[in-house]
Design a protein around this ligand. Structure first.
Ligand code: AVJ
Length: 322
């Protein structure tokens, strides 16, 4: 990569067009307006997410770090060698630096160019690992990694941080089924899942008292202002987190404080908001033991092992493709 700083500031025209398209589709929805959660992670959003991970109320990331630190050896020992590791949504590679996967290749597949630039800088000194970054959708990246590995090489896919929980409804199991199709029998998936816990704990994790998560959520509107020339007045929107009992998901919304109209010139739309109408920006599914059993079953995996952090309620699941 030639110039990382320029890349984090200037989005390629095709990505901006895609962003404009998805914004106009989501905000024109007749019932619940929505915006795709993947757009939360521009350079500002990625930095805010790093801060969220340090919040005492948001135990998810630290729980996963504890699990990987404690059990890395045991996890690695369960896998055949040589192993090629592909990490979906590697972010800045913070988790991956903990255990060495003893792999010949490490392929981060990351959709945020900003996060990938940090990852490249920080992993530069680890020379046993080769970095091939894929700034594109997860499965496309994985398909490319799978096509390049030799027949002797075993594939380990890391999908950590409960990112799978952001696929709402059937999308999570559809995604895992598609992922399974890219693998060979015997390849493995290490899947991090945040577990169901009391609603009070969940809400304070997604609506922290100093407002970092609120800033993370509101930044999505600020990003639309920056990149699509919109005139969202951020004072007129409020962050909201709620627990959806029916779907076992924490939902983030942006609630319009008044009746207002917002213009988004580069998406060629203007949007009318009623007072208290919300934009749904993210779902974070929380898993039960039984839910994981049926998820593995329906997506074509055998549950090989599981490590649980009891103090927060987080599971690291090692699944083998059947
Ligand atoms: C990185 C997607 C797992 O859903 O908990 C944190 C993102 N959103 N606070 C999550 C997030 C609000 C996070 N994931």
């Amino acid at each position: 990569m030639s110039n990382t700083s320029a890349q984090t500031q200037i989005a390629p025209a095709s990505l901006t067009r895609q962003f404009a398209l998805e914004v106009s589709v989501g905000l024109a929805k007749p019932g619940q307006k929505e915006l795709p959660s993947k757009y939360l992670y521009d350079s500002v959003g990625s930095a805010l997410f790093e801060v969220i991970c340090a919040l005492p109320e948001y135990g998810l990331t630290r729980a996963e770090e504890r699990l990987l630190q404690l059990h890395a050896r045991e996890i690695v020992d369960q896998l055949p060698r040589p192993v090629v590791v592909a990490e979906l949504g590697s972010g800045t590679g913070r988790k991956t630096r903990l255990p060495r996967w003893q792999s010949t290749w490490y392929h981060p597949i990351e959709i945020s160019p900003a996060a990938l630039a940090v990852l490249r800088r920080e992993l530069r000194d680890i020379n046993s690992i080769s970095i091939v970054g894929f700034e594109r959708e997860y499965l496309d990246g994985l398909r490319e990694v799978a096509a390049r590995r030799t027949s002797a090489e075993h594939l380990l896919v890391l999908f950590l941080g409960s990112t799978i929980g952001n696929f709402d409804g059937a999308a999570g199991s559809d995604f895992l089924r598609d992922l399974r199709q890219i693998l060979q029998p015997g390849d493995s998936l290490l899947l991090g899942t945040d577990m169901l816990k009391p609603e009070k704990t969940l809400i304070s994790a997604y609506d922290d008292p100093i407002g970092v998560t609120a800033a993370f959520n509101l930044n999505l509107l600020a990003r639309i202002n920056r990149e699509l020339g919109a005139d969202f007045n951020l004072q007129q929107f409020a962050h909201a987190a709620l627990f959806n009992e029916a779907t076992h998901s924490v939902e983030m919304h942006l609630r319009s404080r008044t009746r207002q109209k917002v213009a988004i010139p580069d998406a060629s739309i203007s949007v009318q908001f009623e007072k208290d109408e919300t934009i749904w920006t993210e779902s974070s599914h929380k898993y039960s033991h039984d839910g994981l059993v049926s998820l593995a079953h329906h997506s074509g995996f055998h549950r090989q092992a599981q490590w649980i952090d009891q103090s927060w309620g987080f599971a690291e699941n090692l699944w083998i493709a059947e």
